[in-house]
Write a protein that binds this ligand. Structure first.
Ligand code: SF4
Length: 372
């Protein structure tokens, strides 16, 4: 066995100072033993952050036109989406995942665009589910096509699904998604996922003057249906959504509203880098969470890497450009070259956009392209 773990001993030494992350390191130790036959080299970036989560965008297309992500003025009928031949094939995605695992990746999330628009996504899930070292294989979807795919996804080995749901009110939901899609279809998708044994979480982006009225109805619905719900502060992703600070409903305000209705108890983070802070009503499931990316940035623990549908690695959701590994793959580079390139990208990483919000002037890539 040959195991090299950069920075691991230093973290174990300081573990006693952080009892709340002890479980995380216990599972890390177990993972290390599970990787007994592999060469393992966990990498760290310039600020000592490991690489753990890989979010893979499988398409830049979406069947919604939510204003905060793909406003119709920019993403109309004239918009040039990536041509088919520029998308990574499933085999190319699998190869990059296999290169990323020895560097530390253990969690995969499939995103888009809307990932269920990519034909045969279940086949990709089945391929990724076979990769040793991946302990969590999740997907984020708008849910409109989920009812049709839930059974096949569960059978293929998907671990769980996160559904974006910003409103339950049918008129408001139809207005917010920009295409008049019905909320009933999303609810049917959630129900199908549960029926086939896929754990479901809900993400709701809350915007001032748009869907604050949905904060409590969503919480009551989540409690009734035993589904974890996370409220996300509206973020300045991309260059198209016209974001301004006054459009943000701070997490503290959402929590204040919730606490007037529910007897909430906080829980400590389940693992280092967990982005949401969670509460449970009377200490029971389901959980209500807040992702306070604007008012309480969590860059210090950010272990997420994004892979765009055309094979560019982005080290931050707010990055202006990615690093092209598709070119390396298609020019015949072997896995050693890919691994060196990827570890070099991560080791050079200095991103902490949310902690420095307002200090950057470079244009950001669009979230629908680099993956949410
Ligand atoms: S702003 Fe970038 S570095 Fe900070 S948490 Fe978000 S993705 Fe991570």
């Amino acid at each position: 066995m040959s195991v090299v773990i950069i920075g691991y001993q230093q973290k174990i030494n300081s573990l006693s100072s952080y009892p709340e992350i002890a479980d995380d390191f216990l599972s890390l130790e177990i993972s290390i033993f599970a990787l007994h036959s592999q060469n393992v080299m966990f990498v760290e970036d310039a600020y000592g952050r490991g690489l753990r989560d890989l979010r893979i965008s499988v398409t830049d297309r979406c069947n919604f036109r939510c204003r905060y992500c793909m406003p119709i003025e920019k993403f109309g009928s004239e918009y040039q989406f990536l041509p088919r031949e520029e998308l990574l094939s499933f085999e190319e995605i699998l190869r990059l995942v296999r290169v990323a695992v020895p560097l530390g990746v253990s969690k995969i999330r499939l995103t888009g665009g809307e990932p269920l628009l990519r034909r045969g996504l279940e086949d990709l899930v089945a391929m990724l589910a076979t990769v040793e070292g991946i302990t969590d294989l999740a997907m984020t979807t708008n849910g409109t096509l989920l009812a049709h795919h839930a059974e096949a996804l569960a059978l293929a080995g998907l671990s769980r699904v996160t559904v974006s749901l910003d409103a339950l009110n049918p008129e408001l939901f139809a207005r917010m998604n920009g295409v008049g899609a019905k909320v009933e279809r999303v609810l049917a998708g959630i129900h199908a996922a549960q029926t086939f044994g896929l754990p479901v979480k809900i993400n709701a982006v809350i915007q001032r003057g748009v869907n604050e009225s949905e904060i409590l109805p969503l919480a009551f619905w989540a409690l009734e249906n035993q589904i974890d719900l996370r409220y996300i502060e509206y973020m300045d992703v991309g260059e198209s959504n016209g974001w301004a600070m006054q459009h943000v409903v701070p997490g503290a305000e959402i929590l204040d509203l919730l606490e007037r209705e529910f007897a909430l108890k906080p829980r400590t983070a389940a693992y280092r880098g967990e982005v949401a802070v969670h509460w449970a009503h009377k200490g029971k499931k389901p959980e209500l969470g807040l992702i306070q990316a604007v008012t309480q940035p969590f860059c210090g623990d950010c272990q997420r890497l994004r892979l765009s549908a055309d094979g560019h690695f982005f080290t931050c959701l707010f990055a202006s450009h990615g690093h092209d590994l598709r070119g390396l793959i298609r020019s015949g580079s072997d896995d050693d070259v890919l691994e060196k390139a990827l570890s070099g990208i991560w080791q050079a990483r200095r991103d902490r956009y949310s902690e420095e919000r307002g200090k950057h002037s470079q244009k950001k890539a669009e979230m629908s392209y680099l993956g949410g």
